[in-house]
Design a protein around this ligand. Structure first.
Ligand code: SF4
Length: 167
């Protein structure tokens, strides 16, 4: 969805949003339960563990990575089970979690309860793109698509975090 501003090649080479420190596990993509029935194994053919729950009143799942860390170092990163370190995400576009399709945009609940599309400020690639270009992309239809998805799958809504520019 963001191919206009982020090239697939740049994302595959970066992989920032597909590897997770403990402190960024909240960023793991939420998926519908049906996804977990289709994708039971990782890129190496090993079983994928999921945690099931409910967010914003909607059932969802998230890959379970807590047990994958090998050290206590806060900077240790664990890869998403669907990431091939050489070629990037192995999921077909139609099954890629929506959270991943719109990264580094996020749909967030602001302190006043309003919903806004916000930008994750830590994405190394998006920081090379002027924010005005991102705002235009959101205003030209992407924001509407995100809101429509959130209406159907509210588990993708996140609470606002300081430092995320509103688009
Ligand atoms: S599902 Fe694909 S795009 Fe999303 S975090 Fe995993 S590897 Fe990255």
């Amino acid at each position: 969805m963001l191919s206009e501003v982020l090239s697939k090649k740049a994302c595959a080479q970066c992989g920032f949003c597909c590897s997770f420190r403990r402190q960024s596990l909240w960023e793991l993509p939420r998926v519908p339960v049906s996804f977990t029935e289709k994708y039971r194994t990782d890129v190496n053919g090993e079983p994928v563990e999921y945690t099931f729950g409910e967010e914003n009143g909607a059932a969802c799942a998230v890959t379970e990575l807590h047990g994958k860390y090998r050290t206590d170092a806060p900077e240790e990163e664990v890869l998403c089970p669907f990431l091939d370190p050489d070629s990037g995400c192995t999921l077909p576009a139609e099954d890629k979690p929506f959270d991943c399709s719109i990264w580094p945009l996020r749909y967030m609940r602001m302190p006043d309860g309003e919903m806004r599309v916000c930008l994750t400020p830590t994405c190394p690639e998006i920081n090379k793109v002027p924010q005005e270009r991102m705002r235009k992309l959101v205003a030209d239809g992407l924001g509407e698509k995100i809101a429509e998805y959130a209406e159907k799958y509210p588990f993708m809504i996140k609470e606002y975090k300081n430092g995320f520019p509103v688009m």
